[in-house]
Ligand binder design. Structure first.
Ligand code: SF4
Length: 288
């Protein structure tokens, strides 16, 4: 399969095609995402960021787990891996350690990253592994029918919680910062320009970088909670998002029907795991 090798979205020889078609596996189309789902918007921002940073897509690898977001690895025309549920980060860790030239990106959903893969998430952050971890958070397990997940807001309804969820949800930015990540940001699918900029920043950094994207799931979460269409959810984001760069992530909680704190919460340049290994092992071997 031909991989994109240029840094422009538009292929002038193929003007009748979708402008991003060269970055997508057309043989996998049509995609499975529901009308007005936020996932396509997040992927558009990601592709635009890759193009504008000038990173060679042939030196990138994208890894996803299972779920609606997990389809990203199958749709992107990059070297990619659609792994088992919750295991995207371990696969990505192997890639990042074995080939330091690769930009390794995990692109998965909240259920995948902080439920079944939650342990991998905190340990990859603790080790400051050289991975960009994109977590699309729609507050539910969309693909399997809208069950309660670890980010479902308190009192929100789900197919497995008809009276509301009474579990306290994870605050992903706080979890990432507390576990040792190098870069942590949160946006919604409405904040396309800012999300693209965060992707660009994170792609140009090393270490464990986390971008959470709050995204509409009109089919499962919004319907169960009577939030309206995908457009209604975007209007809600517009009215209720508060941009607070540098905010204490402990304050970035998300309450059902409440405000959503977005922004860049952390941007550090601590050496990543591989830097420590390279420096210390070569010093010890050199000292022998
Ligand atoms: Fe998107 Fe929800 Fe449909 Fe999955 S179920 S594709 S998250 S709208």
């Amino acid at each position: 399969m031909t991989r994109p090798d240029a840094t422009t979205i538009v292929d002038p020889m193929d003007a009748e095609k979708h402008p991003m078609s060269r970055f997508l596996r057309e043989d996998r189309m049509p995609h499975i995402w529901c009308s007005s789902c936020g996932l396509g918007t997040t992927l558009t921002c990601f592709i635009m960021a890759v193009v504008e940073t000038g990173i060679d897509p042939q030196k990138m690898a994208v890894v996803s787990g299972i779920g609606c977001t997990g389809r990203v690895a199958g749709y992107l025309n990059f070297d990619s891996f659609h792994t088992t549920h919750g295991r995207a980060i371990p696969f990505a860790t192997g890639l990042a350690l074995s080939n330091p030239e690769l930009k390794v990106v995990v692109y998965s959903g909240d259920g995948d990253i902080v439920a079944i893969g939650g342990n991998h998430f905190i340990h990859a952050a603790r080790r400051n592994m050289d991975i960009l971890c994109v977590c699309v958070n729609n507050f539910t397990y969309g693909m399997t029918g809208g069950q309660v997940g670890p980010t479902t807001p308190l009192t929100a309804k789900a197919t497995t919680a008809p009276y509301g969820s009474f579990e306290f949800p994870f605050n992903i930015p706080y979890l990432a910062v507390a576990s040792g990540a190098n870069y942590v940001a949160r946006w919604t699918a409405l904040h396309m320009r800012r999300l693209k900029r965060s992707f660009q920043e994170a792609l140009n950094k090393k270490g464990f970088r986390v971008i959470e994207i709050i995204s509409p799931c009109p089919t499962a979460f919004a319907r169960k909670n009577r939030l309206g269409t995908g457009l209604d959810v975007l209007k809600y984001y517009h009215a209720n998002s508060i941009i607070q760069h540098g905010a204490d992530p402990r304050d970035a909680t998300i309450d059902m029907g409440g405000k959503i704190i977005v922004g860049k919460f952390l941007d550090e340049d601590r050496p990543c795991y591989r830097d420590y290994v390279t420096e210390n092992v070569s010093r010890q071997l050199g000292g022998k």
